[in-house]
Design a protein around this ligand. Structure first.
Ligand code: GLN
Length: 533
């Protein structure tokens, strides 16, 4: 097995995850089986308890692991299915080390960062290598070189390299090469210093990926190569991408990143087959039509909070030869200005997942507006609960119907906790998480789109559709068309005599890929296009 470690320098948000994922695409298209993982130096056991404002989206895997959003990139850019083993945080490392200490595994020793914490980190790399078969394991280290939290991870990688042999390990370092306007110059010093920091620890990068807003000129490349002790062609410029992030593998290919890495690791193959990928990028960049979709949420100012939703809309757009222009609408603004003012111009409305009471009434107004105006509506998780609450109040006449998440005293708890969730007191990893089976009703809109009766979708929620109201809803025109195999949990509601009103308790956005768009997103964008016409 070959190992590639991707570190970051100078600043965060450089697109390290994207660079790693793009390399994953190229190596996979060269015929290797590639597995990707992320190490996050923060002390949370997983990002599940962090606010989207802190961390962006929480990406959920099949096995229910709540992980960093970079794992979303990995799953969209490669075909590898990831598991909880593929996201390691310092919180998990210390949790394990302390559990071992209490068990007496280290009896007699003083437990220390080196070797106990670093051993734990290396053990994870070995475990992943053993359990999940692949030719190449790409590991991205979160944070920035020089962070205190990151040091044990870098030290572990240094040891790891010596243990498995230098010829099996490649280090990629992603840095920023800023352009100083007044001097009209690119500056290489931050890169030099960040590489010096890495070398202090005993890691010499093989490739330096330079994020830059301006083309990296020969002088700068030579300078970085010389000061950082890498070959000139291993200084790889990574400029801002104007079209779509899915161009990243193509840009990296132009810079020969995959070839350099393969040579470094002694891997020989034909160049990658990028035909399908190029066609997909072309469909995204050059569409014929355009639609405008409102995404109504409460973390709307943050591009990362609904990352997988936006990506899924892009995939579905490409499949419909359509550019999906997303209007990000803060639901609290709907509360102040009314739905018509903010949604009057759009072709469709999507309400994504969310937690807590703030902004809920604005979302209810948005769902009502879409329902009453025959505007395509796609509700996801909280968006499904909102659609149910809205229908209960405004069609069934159930005044003050609500979810018990927002109003424990509501006379009509149309969304509520099941008995087993009522006993849960811990917040971490205690929701209904991961993949569950849903059975679809034949003839429903969802069935038409999936073209199958049994589907697997990922979940992340606590509250459920209250089956006691099912009959009343169905008589009034809101049908439950997807349920858990035992029929106890409501998974999909639809309004059959509406152009597109589909709301799901699960998260389809975690399974959409650019080369395989999710059927519900595809149908939603098609409905938006229909309305536009
Ligand atoms: N807050 C809701 C619940 O816990 C919805 C969760 C979500 O949208 N992910 O059920």
């Amino acid at each position: 097995m070959k190992y590639i470690f991707v570190t970051g320098g100078v600043v965060s948000s450089l697109g390290k995850g994207l660079a790693a994922a793009a390399l994953g695409t190229l190596l996979e298209q060269r015929g290797f089986s590639v597995l990707m993982q992320k190490f996050d130096p923060y002390l949370n056991v997983d990002p599940g308890t962090m606010s989207p404002f802190q961390h962006g989206e929480v990406y959920v895997l099949d096995d229910g692991a709540e992980t960093d959003l970079d794992l979303g990139h990995y799953e969209r850019f490669t075909s590898g299915k990831l598991s909880q083993l593929n996201n390691l945080t310092s919180g998990q490392v210390y949790e394990n080390v302390i559990a071992r200490e209490r068990r007496g595994d280290y009896l007699g020793s003083t437990v220390q960062v080196i070797p106990h914490v670093t051993d734990e980190i290396k053990a994870r790399i070995h475990e992943v290598s053993k359990k999940m078969n692949a030719d190449i394991l790409i590991t991205e280290i979160g944070g920035t070189t020089g962070d205190i939290e990151g040091l044990p991870f870098l030290e572990a990688l240094r040891q790891f390299k010596d243990e498995v042999g230098h010829e099996n390990v490649a280090f990629l370092h992603v840095t920023l090469v800023p352009f100083i306007k007044a001097a009209e110059e690119l500056k290489t010093k931050p890169t030099q210093q960040s590489v010096a920091k890495l070398r202090e620890i005993g890691i010499a990068p093989d490739v330096i990926i330079c994020r830059a807003e301006q083309p990296v000129d020969d002088d700068s490349r030579n300078k970085i190569a010389m000061f950082c002790n890498v070959a000139r062609e291993a200084v790889v410029p990574f400029l801002d991408i104007k079209g779509t992030i899915y161009e990243a593998p193509l840009k990296m290919f132009e810079q020969k990143l995959d070839r350099i890495v393969c040579e470094r690791l002694g891997l020989e193959t034909d160049p990658p087959d990028l035909l399908e990928w190029r066609n997909m990028v072309d469909r995204i960049v050059n569409p014929t039509h355009v639609v405008k979709v409102a995404v109504v949420g409460k973390y709307i100012e943050l591009m990362d909070a609904y990352k997988s939703i936006y990506e899924s809309l892009t995939h579905a757009g490409a499949a419909n030869d359509t550019h999906v222009e997303v209007l990000r609408v803060d639901s609290s603004h709907i509360e102040k200005q009314g739905a018509e003012a903010l949604l009057g111009e759009v072709d469709a409305v999507l309400i994504p997942g969310g937690f807590g009471e703030r902004g809920v009434e604005g979302k209810v107004q948005a769902a009502r507006y879409a329902r009453e105006n025959g505007m395509p509506y796609f509700g996801i998780c909280l968006g499904m609960q909102i659609a149910t609450i809205e229908f209960a109040r405004n069609v069934c006449g159930l005044d003050n119907a609500n979810s018990t998440e927002f109003d424990e005293e509501t006379p009509h708890p149309v969304i509520c906790l099941l008995e087993d969730q009522k006993e849960v007191t811990e917040k971490g990893a205690s929701m209904r998480l991961g993949t569950y089976v849903t059975h679809l009703e034949e003839g429903s809109h969802s069935f038409d789109l999936y073209q199958k009766k049994v589907i697997n979708e990922r979940h992340r929620h606590r509250f459920e559709f209250n089956q006691n109201y099912r009959e009343q809803f169905e008589k009034a025109g809101l049908k439950l068309v997807g349920s858990s195999p035992d029929g106890l949990l409501g998974e999909i509601v639809e309004i059959p005599d509406h152009p597109f009103f589909v709301a799901v308790q699960f998260h389809p956005e975690f399974q959409s890929k650019p080369t395989a768009p999710h059927p519900l997103f595809k149908g939603f964008v098609a409905a938006a296009l229909e309305r536009r016409k």
